[in-house]
Each structure stands twice: as structure tokens, then as C-alpha cells.
Design a protein around this ligand. Structure first.
Ligand SMILES: [Zn+2]
Length: 230
């Protein structure tokens, strides 16, 4: 009978130790990454959840610790490819509150696509197992605005920038000049980019046809930090 209280205390200690270890493990490893073979909808849900944390100033900066560094040194398996603008205000990893190895990022001004950009996306799909491509434009995009307001044939002074605008311009279609943030033009540009990817890449076209990957259009709103999917 004299041992009973002691046994109780021992059990209590074991319990506390177990709780402590569990908590340490969870805190150390941070939230688990979405597995590569996770359904496509889970990848999108993870991005939406991360953006919600970003919008509400509750970011957790997941998967950026030493454990993750060590883990990723031997190989990457990003859940998604985010094709977006080079604009310094729209870094995908930040606006989706993601960690190292989560997003394969392809960025050019106005997310204008060329052979190398398409090849980068194909690499992520074919060799890294990415299943979701998010094509994300943004409000008040300088490249979209320049393409919309610079008449075809008028030079910006740079042949390279002229080519960039020439590439973007047809995809903007009609735009409302009252739309100061060029939101509809940016959305049209996103849809044009998606059509281009399907046309330009046999791999992307085939994988889409067989339902193995998904392309999702999105628009980042600069004033709020919110990513709108449609
Ligand atoms: Zn932009």
C-alpha cells in the first residue's frame, strides 16, 4: 500500500515526459509538408491556408529550420509550381507562408513565358513530381500596365522590353481604362499564360489531359495581400 502513491507519481512523471517529448517533436518539426502524392486539392488548400495566415498577419514561417535544411539538402519535391511576376512585392513563398522546398518558383516580369520558363515548369513536373501549377498575376502590375498603355510599334527604348510587352499585349484583350489597378487585364494575362503553356508544352498538355496535374489561375491583390483563385 505504501508503494501506491509512489507508483502514481511515477505514472505522472511518465505522462509529463511523454507530453513534453510530443510537444518538443511537434514544435521542432513544425507543420508537416504536404506529401508529394497528396491530392491536388490538398496542395491548393495548403496554399490558401498559408495565404490566409499571411493576410491576417499570423504567419508561422513553416519548414525553415535546420531540420528542413538538412532534409532538403539531399533532394527537393515541391508540391507546386508557382508561375508569377518578378515584382518584388509578390514573393510566392511569403504570400503563401511556405517553407524551403515547398514551391518551385518561375518568375518573369508579367509572368511572360519563353522557352526557358516553360522548360523550368516542365522540369518541376517531370523530374520533381510537382502536380499543381499556379499561374499568379497581381494587381497594379507594371508590365501589364506598360503593355496596355504602350502602343504596338512604339519603342520603350529597350528592344528587350519591347519584346516583353509585345509578348504580353495580345493576352490583355480589352481593358477598362477606369480600372486603375489593371485587375481585369492582369486576369486576362493569367489566362493567356495558361493557354500558352498548354499550347507550347506537349508535356503539360498531356499531363492535363490525363488529369495528372492541374493549372490554377490566381491573382494577388497588393493592398490586402490576398490571393484570389478562380
Ligand atoms: Zn508585375
Amino acid at each position: 500500500m505504501a508503494f501506491k502513491p509512489k507508483r502514481k507519481n511515477t505514472m505522472k512523471l511518465y505522462f509529463l515526459l511523454l507530453c513534453s517529448l510530443t510537444f518538443t517533436a511537434c514544435a521542432h518539426h513544425q507543420p508537416l509538408n504536404v506529401p508529394v502524392e497528396a491530392p491536388i486539392s490538398d496542395v491548393i488548400s495548403e496554399l490558401k491556408a498559408g495565404n490566409s495566415r499571411f493576410v491576417h498577419h499570423q504567419v508561422i514561417h513553416p519548414r525553415q529550420d535546420q531540420v528542413r535544411l538538412t532534409e532538403q539538402a539531399s533532394g527537393q519535391a515541391p508540391g507546386s509550381v508557382v508561375v508569377s511576376c518578378s515584382d518584388s512585392r509578390v514573393p510566392p513563398e511569403m504570400v503563401f507562408d511556405q517553407g524551403l522546398g515547398d514551391i518551385f518558383s518561375v518568375r518573369t516580369a508579367g509572368q511572360a513565358m519563353d522557352t526557358y520558363a516553360v522548360a523550368s515548369i516542365e522540369y518541376a513536373i517531370e523530374h520533381l513530381g510537382a502536380k499543381t501549377i499556379v499561374v499568379m498575376g497581381h494587381s497594379s502590375c507594371g508590365a501589364v500596365k506598360a503593355a496596355a498603355t504602350t502602343p504596338e510599334g512604339k519603342s520603350t527604348g529597350s528592344r528587350n522590353i519591347d519584346q516583353l510587352l509585345h509578348k504580353i499585349r495580345p493576352g490583355l484583350k480589352k481593358y477598362d481604362s477606369k480600372d486603375q489597378e489593371y485587375i481585369q487585364a492582369a486576369k486576362n494575362n493569367v489566362e493567356s499564360t495558361i493557354e500558352y503553356l498548354k499550347f507550347k508544352s506537349h508535356l503539360i498538355h498531356e499531363e492535363l489531359e490525363h488529369g495528372k496535374i492541374k493549372i490554377v489561375p490566381a491573382l494577388y491583390h497588393l493592398p490586402t495581400g490576398e490571393v484570389e483563385f478562380w
